[in-house]
Design a protein around this ligand. Structure first.
Ligand SMILES: Cc1cc2nc3c(=O)[nH]c(=O)nc-3n(C[C@H](O)[C@H](O)[C@H](O)COP(=O)(O)OP(=O)(O)OC[C@H]3O[C@@H](n4cnc5c(N)ncnc54)[C@H](O)[C@@H]3O)c2cc1C
Length: 472
């Protein structure tokens, strides 16, 4: 028997459901493939830093699989439409009887898999798909039979489901009795940029970071997670996005550290697991409401908002020169590292969609084009939360004040100083610490830092009125 495992954003050998199932029969010979679709990635706004990271993880996976006797082939086609024929010819060439893959939930990915399944079925080859990307499969239904749209009741149902069937973390498959009789393809890596050093690839690296975070920092997560100036969060999102670590592995290790308690126990661990549930929730929303993949607002009434055409404001936001120090620091962290702290994502997204009243879809797209952890479900969920157009979103009248947010998430101004060199000379003396969050005009001029591009309180009022008009 010959099995093919089709890897996508699940680039690890341990705790990989599709790989585990393909290897279940010890006698089966197992081959693996990764199919690159550069034109599709471009259409989906995949960030170059994410693409480079993806390739480095493909290379790490290839070495890992090779040691198990599973060669990894690499194929490149243009778009998802070309994938079924590519798989079909591989199956013919290598006399494959079954193909195994883990599900992806956005509409184009689902259509690709349906098409591939039909093409393979015509040759009596089954495509077996598994839920693997999340801790709980999406699609949890309320008592009335509709998908949950509010986080708190979703989380309660998620917990009930978890207690009735706790997910199992799968071990690394054992080495095959017989290696698949072909050579692995060499993985050609795109050239690296300096920011790539922040993000070493591979599941060993991911597991090491997960273990370190759980051993050393997770207990402080509850207090430190909103602090941009501290390393208070796991920074595991890039590895989760390409699947070099699974959400189940994260959850399981956190649960162990909490002595097996799902509720109660260490507050930091509870808060961290809560974020993993948010990740599941947004994937559930994406899978249950296809309009979310198609660029539509979850709350359809908000499609009537008159967003502003503000090219200069949008450019200033993208480039981190809005004159609001915390917003500029966040946007510059994104440009320099390919990653941004969650609190900063919220502050910058709210600033664009509320203070500038620019369509959230423009910001969502820009984030996707820059983020190493770009993920349609989480990115769309985060943007629609900030823009008050989504499920369980921030109420439209709760507009963050970026200056008071800045004082809370970066009290000493260390984060701003790191990313906004114009303000780095402001030292930590009492007056300067306060000034760094909103420098007086004279200081801005002296330091060559821009004046704010918008008045915070008038623009807040303008956003509230735009939402109020929907109701009137
Ligand atoms: C506007 C906006 C856009 C975002 N875009 C993305 C994105 O493209 N990709 C992405 O992975 N996350 C996104 N997030 C969610 C969140 O900001 C990141 O997951 C988090 O900052 C990653 O840092 P971390 O790994 O240190 O997270 P931790 O705080 O350590 O959390 C652990 C993991 O839980 C998940 N997670 C945490 N918070 C959230 C959340 N609010 N929603 C969904 N999952 C979460 C992530 O996988 C994260 O790695 C976005 C949030 C906002 C507000």
């Amino acid at each position: 028997m010959r099995h093919l495992v089709w890897f996508r954003n699940d680039l690890r050998a341990a705790d990989n459901t599709a790989l585990h199932e393909a290897c279940r029969d010890r006698e089966a010979q197992v081959l693996a493939v990764f199919i690159a679709t550069p034109a599709q990635w471009h259409e989906h706004d995949m960030a170059p830093v994410r693409e480079r990271f993806l390739w480095r993880n493909v290379a790490a996976l290839s070495a890992q699989l090779d040691a198990l006797g599973i060669p990894l082939l690499v194929r490149t086609v243009d778009t998802f439409a070309d994938v079924p024929a590519c798989l079909q010819s591989l199956c013919h060439e290598h006399a494959i009887s079954q193909v195994f893959a883990n599900r992806e939930y956005a509409v184009n990915e689902v259509a690709r898999d349906t098409h591939a399944s039909q093409v393979l079925a015509a040759d009596t080859i089954a495509l077996q798909l598994y839920h693997d990307a999340v801790i709980q499969p999406p699609g949890l239904l309320t008592g009335a039979g509709s998908p949950y749209t509010v986080f708190t009741p979703y989380k309660r149902a998620w917990l009930r489901q978890l207690l009735s069937a706790p997910p199992v973390v799968l071990p690394l498959p054992r080495q095959r009795h017989a290696r698949f009789p072909c050579q692995a393809d060499a993985v050609s890596l795109p050239s690296s940029l300096p920011m790539d050093v922040w993000w070493p690839a591979g599941e060993h690296e991911a597991s090491k970071r997960l273990q370190q975070f759980v051993d050393e920092r997770v207990s402080d997560y509850g207090q430190q997670r909103d602090r941009a100036d501290l390393e208070g969060t796991s920074q595991l999102s890039p590895w989760l996005a390409v699947g070099a670590v699974s959400a189940r592995q994260c959850w399981h290790l956190a649960l162990q550290a909490n002595r097996g308690r799902m509720e109660g126990g260490d507050e930091g661990i509870q808060a961290w697991i809560n974020e993993l549930v948010w990740r599941d929730f947004y994937t559930h929303v994406l899978a249950s409401f296809p309009r979310v993949s198609r660029g539509k607002a979850f709350r359809e009434s908000t499609e009537a908002i008159r967003w502003r055409d503000d090219e200069a404001g949008f450019a200033a936001w993208c480039e981190g020169r809005t004159g609001i120090p915390i917003v500029d620091a966040g946007m510059r962290q994104l440009q320099q590292t390919g990653w941004m702290h969650n609190r900063l994502r919220m502050i910058t997204a709210m600033f664009l969609s509320k203070n500038l009243l620019v369509d959230w879809r423009r910001g969502e797209r820009f984030f996707m084009q820059q983020l190493i952890d770009g993920d349609l479900a989480a990115n769309n969920g985060g943007w629609q939360w900030c823009a008050s157009t989504g499920t369980d979103a921030a109420p439209y009248f709760r507009v963050f004040n970026p200056v008071s947010q800045s004082q809370k998430c970066d009290p000493s101004g260390a984060y701003i100083r790191r990313y906004v060199p114009e303000l780095a000379s402001l030292d930590t003396r009492e007056m300067d610490t306060r000034a760094i969050h909103n420098p007086p005009d004279s200081l801005r001029i002296a330091l060559g830092y821009p004046l704010p591009i918008v008045d915070l309180s008038a623009s807040r009022q303008r956003a509230i009125e735009a939402f109020q008009r929907l109701r009137g």
